[in-house]
Design a protein around this ligand. Structure first.
Ligand code: HEM
Length: 450
């Protein structure tokens, strides 16, 4: 067995927690000092603003250069300052500036996939490419054209090894700095790959810094020119590199795996597929056959069924499905009827929350209908992006990407599952983030000319 597989097994505590919740209810002890909660109603008390908890050392595996990033920071003031600085890159205005490029890129993906048919196409790898490209366009401010030219990018290999890196360094933190020197290839390989990507990314940041302010990537300009209030200075090259790479990991695999699950779940259910096709046909009668004008984002964002499909995919296949542990820092903390002492680790996992039958009746079933209508219990219970001061910073960006790709893909193509596609290929493999185990979504695509 590979070292990585052994570690993977060690980290499979999320399944055990889910089993305990199924057997014993919403509140279970899953470690000598750790309590897991699975009722969406309890989430504000754990993750909300002002709650006296901090991320645990579990997160230390998420760094790349040795510097902390926004995701791994565990000092409150340090994180608040970085969050304030980074939020500028995720505000509505800079995100909306990216929309025309994202629409064009998705259209390019449709052309590429069309050129690969007819017959079986594994769209999984293409979804990863476009997910990576969206984040590279956002952070580095340039389009690497991976989809159009079918070219390689150094980040792609790094994305593949990151889950193992995260897992092993969560258990053996010293490997973060010494992993490249371990004399066994199966251990040092992911660290070597990561080191070369860090060096490459650092050279890009250095290059950006030499440019006139107006020519820099807006994302990098903000981080290199605006002060981080905790550091009382703008970020240095290595800190910017750390934030770019961590954004890449937080944002690309999560979104593309969500898309992979969504494409499969919609195509596998004839009724859901027809409802979505009908909504898209009515909203966009002309593109792509009678007009080159791409669908408008404002229109895409208002489509009720499309957005219900996205929410249901985020619920049924949460790509951050596992434990998000926090340590209590005040003398005690009350969560529901339980009062827990300082130092206790409290956690919840989206997989268990999203299977809560009180909020999601018949929770196993992929059913976008549960998100239609105004005040549904399902909307209250959805926790895909977590919440509060450590909730997902890229939430708006992720939803934007999901809306654009889902709308354009299902409007452009008539989609069928390839006869060789198997349900078990979509079992979720989890190493902090979740993705389809077989890395296959096998589809038959035909341009929709109606
Ligand atoms: C479907 C896609 C996504 C899902 C399901 C998701 C989910 C989450 C969740 C659950 C957390 C909290 C994790 C924890 O506390 O352990 C988180 C944090 C975070 N996410 Fe996302 N995310 C997605 C996409 C993105 C994107 C596109 C970006 C950026 C480009 C991003 C950036 C971040 C960052 C920076 C944090 C850490 C925030 C902090 O600690 O202040 N995510 N995400």
């Amino acid at each position: 067995m590979e070292v990585w597989e052994a570690l993977d097994t060690l980290l499979q505590r999320d399944d055990a927690a889910e089993e305990a919740h199924l057997r014993y209810g919403d509140i279970v002890r899953i470690g000598p000092n750790e309590i897991s909660f699975s009722n969406p109603g309890q989430m504000k008390a754990i993750y909300g603003h002002g709650v006296p908890v901090l991320k645990t050392d579990f997160y230390q595996g998420g760094t790349f250069t040795g510097k902390d990033n926004i995701f791994t920071m565990r000092i409150r003031e340090q994180h608040a300052a970085r969050r304030k600085l980074m939020s500028r890159n995720f505000a509505q205005a800079p995100l909306m500036e990216l929309v025309p490029q994202f629409l064009k890129k998705t259209e390019a993906l449709c052309h590429k996939l069309e050129s690969l048919g007819p017959g079986q196409i594994n769209v999984y790898g293409w979804l990863h490419r476009i997910g990576l490209e969206f984040i590279l366009m956002q952070t580095l401010g340039s389009d690497p054209k991976l989809t159009e030219n079918d070219t390689h990018h150094p980040a792609l290999r790094d994305l593949e090894v990151f889950p193992e890196n995260f897992a092993i360094t969560a258990i053996f933190p010293f490997l973060k700095t010494h992993g490249v020197n371990v004399p066994f290839q199966s251990v040092n390989r992911p660290f070597r790959i990561q080191a070369s990507w860090v060096a490459y990314c650092m050279s890009l940041v250095k290059e950006e810094r030499t440019k006139e302010s107006k020519d820099k990537s807006p994302w990098i300009r903000r981080l290199t020119e605006i002060e981080d209030e905790f550091l009382a200075r703008p970020l240095e090259d290595i800190e910017v590199t750390e934030e770019i790479i961590s954004t890449l990991f937080a944002g690309s695999g999560t979104t593309s795996a969500t898309l992979a699950f969504l494409l499969y779940a919609v195509t596998a259910d004839q009724q859901i597929y027809s409802n979505l096709k009908q909504e898209l046909h009515e909203a966009f009668p002309d593109w792509p056959n009678n007009s080159d004008v791409l669908p408008l984002i404002g229109q895409i964002q208002k489509l009720p069924f499309l957005n219900a499909v996205i929410n249901e995919s985020l619920r049924r296949f949460p790509t951050i499905p596992g434990s998000m542990p926090r340590r209590i820092t005040s003398s005690s903390l009350k969560i529901g009827d339980s009062t827990l002492p300082k130092g206790t680790v409290v956690s919840s996992q989206n997989y268990s929350l999203h299977m809560n039958e009180e909020y999601f009746p018949n929770a196993e079933k992929f059913d976008p209908g549960r998100f239609l209508g105004e005040n549904t219990k399902a909307k209250e219970g959805l926790n895909s992006f977590s919440e509060g001061p450590r909730g997902c910073l890229g939430r708006n960006l992720a939803v934007l990407e999901l809306q654009i790709v889902t709308a354009l893909f299902f409007r452009y193509f008539n989609v069928k599952l390839d006869p060789t596609m198997r349900d078990e290929y979509m079992t979720m493999k989890v190493i902090f983030s979740g993705s389809p185990v077989a890395e296959k979504v096998l589809l038959n695509l035909e341009k929709d000319i109606s």
